[in-house]
Design a protein around this ligand. Sequence first.
Ligand SMILES: Cc1cc2nc3c(=O)[nH]c(=O)nc-3n(C[C@H](O)[C@H](O)[C@H](O)COP(=O)(O)OP(=O)(O)OC[C@H]3O[C@@H](n4cnc5c(N)ncnc54)[C@H](O)[C@@H]3O)c2cc1C
Length: 392
Amino acid sequence: MRFDAIVAGLGPAGATAARVLASAGLNVLALDKARFPRYKSCGGCVSTKIERILDFDIKSVVEDSIYGATFTYRSGRKMDIMSDRVVGYNVMRDRFDHYLVSKAKDAGVRIIEGFRVAGIKDNGGSVTVTGADGESYTGSFLVGADGASGFTGREYFKLDPKKAAVSITAEVPYDRGKRDFTGRLFIDFGSVPYGYGWIFPKERFLSVGIAGDAEKNGGRIKETFNDFASSHFALEGLKAERRLGWTVPTFYDGAGPSVKGRVLLTGDTGHLVDPFLGEGIYYAIRTAHAAADVIIERWRSGSADLAPYQAWLEKEIYPEFKAAEKLSGLVYNHQRLWYSIIEKDPEIMRRFYNVIRGEETSAEFYGWVYGKVKSKPWKLLRRWIDSRFLPA
Ligand SMILES: Cc1cc2nc3c(=O)[nH]c(=O)nc-3n(C[C@H](O)[C@H](O)[C@H](O)COP(=O)(O)OP(=O)(O)OC[C@H]3O[C@@H](n4cnc5c(N)ncnc54)[C@H](O)[C@@H]3O)c2cc1C
């Protein structure tokens, strides 16, 4: 049997692409190596801009609504920067992803779990996907949505797995009645070379993690995690056990197009992750939507040309990621200075919350911050000097 579309991977990208395609009347097969619900190493904070692209409610799987964060510098110099409007939603990825998969099922997607994609062949007029056990399926189009370690991006598109941040996470059980962290995240600058540490509170767990540039964190990532987890006040008396390492395949210049014949890449497998925060859930869902829309249009018109998806990425997504990359350079190369600046001017972070909400672009924000920094060089210099004498 030939499918109109095959989707490799059923995380947020795959579940979304499959659902949108099936809802438009295509005969869709979705394959995932895992069985749902499955764990995914993640902070699990979904920005509110998700509401602009989902036509259903995710409230049933939201464990907390976030209004801001308690920031620290190397676990000290604690500072709350809250907003009166919600910025994001904390979810546990096993529940959230399972919910999205159930939506795909409801839309009529045929789902095969426990199927690891191990081969892709473009036959000219169709694509054949082969599993690790040799079983194969053929479709008119293939959506690559198989995540950071997926076959489609790494093997078929030859994207560079080293262009990624490294991370360690742990889910730490806690008693919400005894530690009321409702409505906030914890973000730490200064502990992780070219990266940051976080604690994202959920109903039963604190998702604790660090992520940073692979090269700059070298072989010290475990020690960095231990130092962070043992020094942060929110984790006092708790043990961050059962740690997991994972990569965050951030966007990089020179990755090449995300379209090859009848195959396209969405989400993590295509390195479509914001390089400043490592935010990927929204981008997985957004790129999956756009990919599905192009396939639907092509399926209706009888064409196989997926180039409009690449054009969309270049117009809508790459400029944002390029601005986020610049922001990373500014913040992560000068974490102590950055922290002093936001201590003196917390409005900067409140304005950044607008970027997370999708009300302002990263490019606009970067331009604004950079202008601020450039226009007051003497003030900045003083803050920089101050920052050197404040306790590290
Ligand atoms: C430590 C960490 C913290 C993060 N925190 C956040 C956060 O707070 N907020 C945020 O927005 N983003 C965060 N991210 C990024 C986010 O997790 C990803 O961007 C997001 O999961 C991407 O969704 P996806 O559907 O592309 O891939 P995934 O969610 O990884 O899903 C891919 C699916 O493909 C399947 N698969 C893999 N290989 C194969 C194969 N060969 N064949 C078949 N199936 C396969 C997997 O089983 C999986 O179900 C974080 C990432 C990490 C590592």
